[in-house]
Ligand binder design. Sequence first.
Ligand SMILES: [Cu+2]
Length: 74
Amino acid sequence: MNAERCCQPTIEANWGDTIQVTVHNQISGPEEGTTVHWHGFRQLDTEWLDGVPAISTCPIAPGASYTYILRASP
Ligand SMILES: [Cu+2]
């Protein structure tokens, strides 16, 4: 995530760390499914979490939550 372009904090980790991020989809007007696209993140053994909605990852339904659990891999 780019903290300068949106309001999310920067996530810092060391190689081998587990990163856990829970996303609550509160998009409204209109309601819309969403994901977090982890652009540039290697996704070793978690390819299905890459976050391209409806391509590699199912969108998080409006009002629902999803927890991403990723490992920082070189
Ligand atoms: Cu990308």
